[in-house]
Design a protein around this ligand. Structure first.
Ligand code: FE2
Length: 250
């Protein structure tokens, strides 16, 4: 069984809780759809926990870190957090050897991964790193059709930090509407796996999915949100809003 996770965002408390849960649930393979860093206080620790993952993709925060200019689209809070993260991972400063290893990991992240008719991306199938697929996009037939044209059967994505299910017949379902279990059918389907380290669906718990080839299970995992929020508040370069939104789940 695969565990598919995304958007860890340097939140090591959430990440450790999810790793523990997936182990307990019997996951044998881990696929991460990107955004290991950005926003949160523990980028080094989160990268170190991810180096041996079976599949690891590049998110827009890694892209900003690696290419610099992509950060131009970021708001000031995200931009400042990327600059602080860049300092933490400086391969020429303290922790040089370990940071070189971390940079090599980030630099080696792929933008997409394919297994037969299953596609894995951070953003969407037509723009793997930066485009968002929102629940409201079921009302944008042109966008959804163009995205589904790039899907053979199934696609797993992240990026919005909101878990959900889209099908090619313009249907959107929340995990709650399927009781956190979605049995896949023949029609093309896109699954957003939600966010480990910065959920925005109104639930503060870390989110990820388990996938056995025919059923997708949405998991919600409680962790010590206050600990992460306190760490963020203690770092002047990280905006306190980033702590508050963890406590709000928004
Ligand atoms: Fe993200």
């Amino acid at each position: 069984m695969k565990a598919i996770i995304s958007d860890i965002h340097a939140n090591v408390e959430a990440f450790q809780a999810v790793l523990k849960d997936m182990q307990y649930q019997g996951a044998t393979e881990i696929i991460c759809l990107g955004d290991f860093v950005g926003y949160g206080p523990n980028p080094k620790e989160c990268i170190d926990l991810a180096v041996d993952f079976d599949v690891a993709l590049r998110g827009n925060h890694e892209h900003a870190l690696l290419t610099e200019r992509e950060g131009a689209n970021f708001n000031i809070k995200a931009k400042n957090s990327i600059e602080w993260t860049r300092q933490q991972l400086n391969p020429l400063g303290d922790d040089s050897e370990a940071n070189t290893k971390r940079w090599n990991f980030l630099d080696g992240l792929e933008t997409t991964h394919t297994e037969g008719d299953i596609l894995y991306v951070h953003g969407t199938p037509r723009d793997a790193i930066t485009e968002y697929l929102y629940p409201r996009d079921i009302y944008d037939e042109e966008k959804l059709q163009s995205i589904f044209a790039k899907v053979d059967w199934l696609c797993f994505c992240g990026h919005t930090h909101v878990p959900g299910i889209w099908t090619e017949d313009m249907l959107y379902l929340t995990p709650r509407e399927v009781n956190c279990r979605y049995h896949l059918v023949k029609k093309k389907t896109i699954i957003n796996v939600g966010s480990v380290g910065q959920p925005r669906d109104g639930d503060t718990r870390a989110t990820y999915v388990l996938f056995d080839g025919s059923c997708v299970i949405f998991r919600k995992v409680a962790y010590r949100v206050e600990t992460t929020a306190r760490k963020i508040r203690s770092i002047p370069q990280l905006d306190p809003y980033l702590a508050q939104r963890l406590l709000d789940g928004r």
